[in-house]
Ligand binder design. Structure first.
Ligand SMILES: O=P(O)(O)OC[C@H]1O[C@H](OP(=O)(O)OP(=O)(O)O)[C@H](O)[C@@H]1O
Ligand code: HPA
Ligand SMILES: [Mg+2]
Length: 183
């Protein structure tokens, strides 16, 4: 698929490459400030968070360890099923650790509220959340999110890790998917 084909699948660019990079750098600066001198374990949620976590961790000065968890609640559609499945669990023991969950997007909030509660049962010193994007109008549950890159409208978005039916993850910007692609 060439660049023009991708543009035909989008109604507009929501975050340009430059805006994505500046936002990630700003999140990293906040995290550096808050975790200075602490032992930080970054937990990235596969697959969507791969781009964010790769750029975010490289922008950090704080020493971190990284671990990965795969959960899925969307399958191949555009609506959360609300049922979260662990596809791959963490390798790390969370006892006494400062944990920061890194996500690409909080939409209904169902994935993160389930995941945060799950990690909190494992004896960590703290569990916080960092997300590049959040859809305040779509959230079905209250979650306390310490680091938010950008609040966005309630539209289905793709790119920079975010997929529709596994496509578009490798775009280096975020765009709004045109309804003709999924309806
Ligand atoms: O707030 P929510 O409504 O729960 O939605 C957010 C979650 O949905 C997406 O993951 P998905 O289940 O599509 O898996 P993926 O990361 O592999 O695409 C996204 O990466 C978040 O993890
Ligand atoms: O808007 C979205 N785009 C891609 N994946 C998602 N998972 C939750 N919301 C979204
Ligand atoms: Mg997905």
């Amino acid at each position: 698929m060439d660049a023009q084909d991708v543009r035909n699948d989008l109604t507009h660019v929501l975050m340009s490459t430059e805006e994505v990079q500046a936002t990630v750098r700003d999140l990293a600066a906040q995290i550096d400030r808050d975790y200075e001198g602490k032992d930080l374990l970054i937990v990235a949620v596969l697959k969507g968070a791969v781009m964010v976590v790769a750029d975010l961790t490289r922008a950090l000065h704080t020493h971190v360890e990284m671990d990965f968890m795969a959960v899925s609640s969307y399958g191949s559609g555009t609506k959360s099923s609300g049922v979260v499945r662990i596809l791959k669990d963490l390798d790390a023991d969370l006892t006494g650790r400062h944990v920061l969950i890194v996500e690409d997007i909080i939409d209904s909030g169902l994935t993160l509220s389930w995941l945060k509660a799950n990690l909190e049962t494992r004896g960590p010193a703290s569990v916080e959340i960092c997300t590049l994007l959040r859809k305040p109008d779509a959230m079905k549950v209250e979650i306390d999110v310490k680091y938010v890159g950008k609040d966005i409208p309630n539209e289905f978005v793709v790119g920079y890790g975010l997929d529709y039916a596994e496509k578009y993850r490798n775009l280096d910007f975020v765009g709004t998917l045109a309804p003709h692609v999924y309806s």
